[in-house]
Design a protein around this ligand. Structure first.
Ligand code: DQQ
Length: 533
C-alpha cells in the first residue's frame, strides 16, 4: 500500500485511514462537541458503513472514540446510514439514523447513550422497539433515508423529515410523534420538487432575519425564516432555498427569490455533499459540516489507503438581504494560525503577479481584499450565461479579461506547471455588475486520470465600494474558498505532483487589462491540531 501522505490534509478532519463520507449527528452536549460520520472500518472504498465517532472541546482538536453505531440488529444489519441528533427536554440526546434491514429496506432507527454520565458518550444502545419508521406501501423502500434533527411544534408533537422520492419527484417526508417512539406520516410531505430525483440528507432549520446568531431547531416566531437543504443524488450537488414554514399546514414555501431545484442556491459550488447543520448552544450559532469526497480514482484511494475528508466547519447565518446564507469558517480555526505575512497596497497591473513568501503555502489560511480602480470597462455580460461553471471553463486564468481574472494562485509549482487558481471576473449587465468566482482545478496537477473541474458560482455582491474579498483555506489536497465574506463558497480537491510541501507557492495575480490592487492580504502558515481523530 502506497500511503500517499503528500495529499493527506493537515487541519481538515480526516481519520488515519480508510473511507469516510457523510457527517452524521453533530451535536454539542455537556461541554463536548460530538461528531459522527459514515466510515468503512475495513477499507478505502464505500462499504461496511458504521457511525465513527470523535469528540472535541473546540471543534479543532478531535479525539477518536470507538464506533458509536454499527450493524448488530436485524433493523440495521446491512448498514448504519446517515442521520441526526436531537437533544430532548431533560438534556437527553437521541440519534435517529437509517438502518438497512435484511430485505434491504431503508428503515429509521433510534439510539440513545448507554451511560449519560460518560462525558464522551462512548456507548450507544439501540432499543428493541426499533425500527421506529418503516417505508409504508406508498414509499420506495430504497429511497427513504437520512432523518433530520427533530423540531417541536406548538402542539407538543415532534417532527422529522426523511428524504425520498416518488418517481422523479424528490421529497421530504414529514413524520410526527408525541413521544419520539410512535411516528405517524403526515398526509403531505413538507416539500417536494419535480424532476430532482432522490433527496438525500435533507436539513431544515430556522434562521434569524437579523444578526448572525443561530437558533435552536424548534425556534419559531416573527423574525425567523427557514432554510431547506437537500443533497441531490443525481447531480451530487446540494441545493437550498430560503423560505417560510407555514406551521399550521406543516408546509414549507420557498421565497420567490429562491429558485427551487437544480438552478437554485448552493452552499458550495464545488466538492461538498451530504452536509448537515447543528445548533451550537455554547456559542449561539449554527454550524455546518460537509463532506468533500476525493477527486482521484478509486484505485488511487485504495493505494493511498484513505478517502474523504470533512470540510472545515462553517458558521451559517442569513444575509441582510434575506435572500441567501452567509458562511464563514468557525473562528476557532484561527487558533491554528502560525506565522503571518502581509501584503499591503500592492498594485497589480495587467498581467502581473506577486508571490506571497514566507509561509507554508501547502498548508495555509489566506485572507485578501482586492480593490478595483474602475468597473467602467468591465466586459459585457451575456444573459444566456446561466451556468457559472461553463463561463469559467471558457474564461480561465489565461483568457485575458478587463476587470479580472484576478485572485490567488494556490498550490502553485515554482514554474507554474501546476496551480489551482481561485479568482474573480467582473462583467457589466444592465444596472448591475455580475461577479463570477472560479476555483479551477484544470491546471492543478500534471497527473492524468483525475477529476479536474473548473468549479464556479456567481457572487451576489454590491460593488459600490469597488472591493472584493476572498479567503482560501489551503491544505495539501483541498482548497476551500469563501468569496465576498462567505456569499459564494467553492471547495476543490486537487492532487499536485510538484506543488507539494516546500514545492508549493502562493501568488496573487491579475490577468485583466484593468489594474487591481491587493489592498490587504494576510496569509498564515497553519499548524496541525494537537490530537486528531
Ligand atoms: N450516504 C449515506 C446515505 C446518504 C448518502 C450512506 C449520501 O444515508 O443518503 O453512506 O451521501
Amino acid at each position: 500500500v502506497k500511503v500517499r501522505h503528500v495529499h493527506r490534509t493537515c487541519y481538515h478532519f480526516q481519520p488515519p485511514k480508510h473511507w469516510i463520507n457523510d457527517p452524521n449527528g453533530p451535536m454539542y452536549y455537556n461541554g463536548i462537541y460530538h461528531f459522527f460520520y459514515q466510515y468503512n472500518p475495513k477499507g478505502a472504498v464505500w462499504g461496511n458503513i458504521v457511525w465513527a465517532h470523535s469528540v472535541s472541546k473546540d471543534l479543532i482538536n478531535w479525539v477518536a472514540m470507538e464506533p458509536a453505531i454499527y450493524p448488530s440488529k436485524p433493523f440495521d444489519i446491512n448498514g448504519c446510514w446517515s442521520g441526526s441528533a436531537t437533544i430532548l427536554p431533560g438534556n437527553k440526546p437521541v440519534i435517529l439514523y437509517t438502518g438497512i434491514d435484511p430485505q434491504q429496506r431503508q428503515v429509521q432507527n433510534y439510539a440513545v447513550p448507554s451511560n449519560l454520565s460518560d462525558p464522551y458518550l462512548r456507548k450507544w444502545t439501540k432499543p428493541d422497539n426499533n425500527p421506529l419508521v418503516v417505508p409504508d406501501h406508498g414509499i420506495n423502500a430504497s429511497a427513504f433515508r437520512d432523518p433530520t434533527t427533530a423540531w417541536l411544534g406548538s402542539d407538543g408533537h415532534w417532527r422529522i423529515l426523511v428524504g425520498g422520492k416518488r418517481k422523479r419527484r424528490g421529497m421530504a417526508f414529514l413524520y410526527r410523534s408525541r413521544d419520539f417512539v410512535n411516528w405517524v406520516k403526515a398526509k403531505h410531505p413538507l416539500h417536494s420538487s419535480p424532476n430532482t430525483g432522490m433527496w438525500e440528507c435533507p436539513d431544515f432549520y430556522p434562521v434569524s432575519v437579523t444578526g448572525k446568531s443561530g437558533l435552536d431547531t424548534s425556534v419559531m416566531g416573527q423574525n425567523v425564516k427557514h432554510v431547506l437543504k437537500v443533497s441531490l443524488d443525481v447531480t451530487r450537488y446540494e441545493y437550498y432555498t430560503v423560505g417560510r414554514y407555514v406551521r399550521n399546514e406543516d408546509r414549507y414555501v420557498p421565497d420567490n427569490t429562491s429558485a427551487d431545484g437544480w438552478s437554485g442556491l448552493r452552499y458550495d459550488y464545488g466538492n461538498f455533499y451530504a452536509s448537515k447543520t447543528f445548533f451550537d448552544a455554547a456559542k449561539n450559532r449554527r454550524i455546518l459540516w460537509g463532506w468533500a469526497n476525493e477527486s482521484d480514482t478509486r484505485l488511487d484511494d485504495v493505494e493511498k489507503g484513505w478517502a474523504g475528508i470533512q470540510a472545515i466547519p462553517r458558521m451559517v447565518w442569513l444575509d441582510d438581504s434575506g435572500k441567501q446564507l452567509l458562511q464563514w469558517p468557525i473562528k476557532e480555526l484561527e487558533t491554528l494560525r502560525g506565522k503571518n505575512v502581509r501584503l499591503r497596497n500592492k498594485v497589480l497591473k495587467s498581467g502581473e503577479n506577486v508571490e506571497v513568501k514566507g509561509i507554508t503555502a501547502a498548508q495555509a489560511d489566506v485572507d485578501v481584499t482586492f480593490s478595483l480602480q474602475s468597473l467602467d470597462k468591465a466586459e459585457k455580460f451575456d444573459p444566456t450565461w446561466t451556468d457559472a461553471q461553463e463561463v469559467c471553463s471558457k474564461m480561465g486564468t489565461q483568457v485575458k479579461g478587463r476587470v479580472g481574472p484576478f485572485g490567488l494562485l494556490t498550490l502553485a509549482s515554482k514554474k507554474l506547471e501546476e496551480y489551482t487558481p481561485v479568482f474573480f471576473r467582473i462583467f457589466k449587465a444592465p444596472n448591475k455588475h455580475v461577479v463570477l468566482m472560479c476555483s479551477d482545478a484544470r491546471s492543478s496537477s500534471l497527473e492524468g486520470g483525475l477529476y479536474k473541474p473548473p468549479f464556479a458560482g456567481f457572487v451576489d455582491v454590491d460593488l459600490s465600494d469597488k472591493k472584493l474579498s476572498l479567503r482560501s483555506l489551503i491544505d495539501h489536497s483541498v482548497v476551500e474558498s469563501f468569496g465576498a465574506g462567505g456569499k459564494t463558497c467553492i471547495t476543490s480537491r486537487v492532487y499536485p505532483t510538484l506543488a507539494v510541501y516546500e514545492g508549493a507557492h502562493l501568488l496573487a495575480f491579475n490577468n485583466g487589462t484593468e489594474t487591481v490592487t491587493v489592498e490587504n492580504l494576510n496569509a498564515w502558515s497553519m499548524k496541525k491540531p494537537v490530537e486528531m481523530n
